[in-house]
Design a protein around this ligand. Structure first.
Ligand code: NAI
Length: 348
């Protein structure tokens, strides 16, 4: 049996709690992992005088796969986002966020199934800003043909390989004619190579309204960095909240799996955060590693625990703690194996 070496970044805020719960569940699948665990952000700076310690970077270069909890970014000053820097440093250009309802969580729209594909390395997140004169600040939005074509190709390839039907490129090219205009031109050019996939374009403000009124009209949303960030949280709200929505950052060389949500300081350290989003990110990781049976086992256990409802966390209407939820998932996996849940159920 292969042992998978994974770089683990527990993060801060609720990060260590939801990562601990997820690691316990992953280990209960029987798949073998060797975790290389590192601090990042403010905690790492205290220990190593670096926000991203050299050891962490070397570990990712070696393992090529990371599982990451959220890392707090100070607001309006302080150090730059560690999350943005990791994505840039390892050229994790594609942020992939599947937005799907979990069964048994009541939401306004049942059966939502769309994917947010967000460009991860440039746009306004290039972090190039300066004070021109006191009272006047300039932030540069960088859009390149290379990165826009690369993310468009990622979205179209995903659509082709997974039989998805439609891609909408989301923009504000009516106002940002050059930058968003270039992004749009690149998506249009790439779209011509995929005639079987319907291609559309929507302006980002209209997209927000359309998503809230009728999310079913979308299949894959292709967005530059900032719009992707904002639309992801809107989409999380459609399917039950940030505690549920997973994500992955893909590059050509490596991948880091992390939830859409942040470090949630308002609920940190109370054992009440929902680990489902990180757990579903870990499912994406298991599939990336080729561990499909383990992924199905966890997915079935998630379905079971959400159907039963007695061990859900507060954000989805329950009263259980983070660790109790994890215990329930592990128990559901064990009863699946002892009841011989079998391939039929797993293949559903
Ligand atoms: P947030 O996502 O941390 O929290 C927003 C709201 O959702 C809060 O009410 C929080 O309690 C709730 N929430 C989030 N995750 C939850 C979970 N798993 N279970 C239950 N409730 C959950 O967003 P916020 O407050 O804007 O950001 C806090 C910090 O996180 C900031 O420093 C931000 O920069 C950072 N951040 C980090 C990210 C990352 O590491 N990838 C992503 C987004 C934000």
């Amino acid at each position: 049996m292969i042992t998978h070496k994974i770089t683990l970044i527990p993060g801060d805020g609720i990060g260590p709690e939801v990562i601990r719960a997820t690691v316990r569940i992953l280990e209960a699948t029987g798949v073998k992992f060797e975790w290389e665990s590192f601090a990042a952000g403010a905690e790492a700076f205290e220990k190593y005088k670096e926000y991203i310690p050299r050891e962490l970077s070397e570990s990712i270069e070696r393992t090529r796969v990371g599982l990451k909890g959220p890392v707090t970014t100070p607001i309006g000053g302080g150090f730059s986002s560690i999350n943005v820097e990791l994505r840039r440093r390892f050229e994790l250009f594609a942020n992939f966020r599947p937005i799907r309802n979990l069964p048994h969580i009541p939401t306004r729209y049942p059966g939502v199934d769309l994917i947010v594909v967000r460009e991860n390395t440039e746009g306004l997140y290039s972090g190039i800003e300066h004070e021109v004169v006191p009272g006047v600040v300039e932030s540069l939005k960088i859009i390149t043909e290379k990165a826009s074509t690369r993310i468009s190709r990622f979205a179209f390839e995903h659509a082709r390989n997974n039989k998805r039907k439609k891609i909408h490129s989301i923009h504000k090219a009516n106002i940002m004619k050059l930058s968003d205009g270039l992004f749009l031109r690149c998506s249009r050019t790439v779209s011509k190579e995929y005639p079987e996939i319907t291609y559309g374009e929507h302006i980002v403000d209209n997209t927000c309204m359309q998503l809230v009124m009728n999310p079913y009209q979308y299949d894959i949303l292709l967005l530059e960095n900032l719009y992707g960030d904002i639309i992801s949280d809107l989409c999380a709200g459609l399917v039950g909240g940030l505690g549920l929505v997973p994500g992955a950052n893909f590059g050509h060389e490596c991948a880091i799996f992390e939830a859409v949500h942040g470090s949630a300081p308002d609920i940190a350290g109370k054992n009440i955060a929902n680990p489902t989003a990180v757990l579903r990110s870990a499912l994406l990781m298991l599939r990336h590693l080729g561990e499909h049976d383990a992924a199905l086992k966890i997915r079935n256990a998630i379905d079971e625990v959400y159907r039963d409802r007695s061990k859900l966390t507060r954000d989805v209407g329950g009263t259980a703690g983070t660790s109790e939820f994890a215990d329930a998932i592990i128990q559901a996996m064990e009863s699946q194996s002892s009841a011989g849940a079998g391939t039929e159920r797993l293949l559903q």
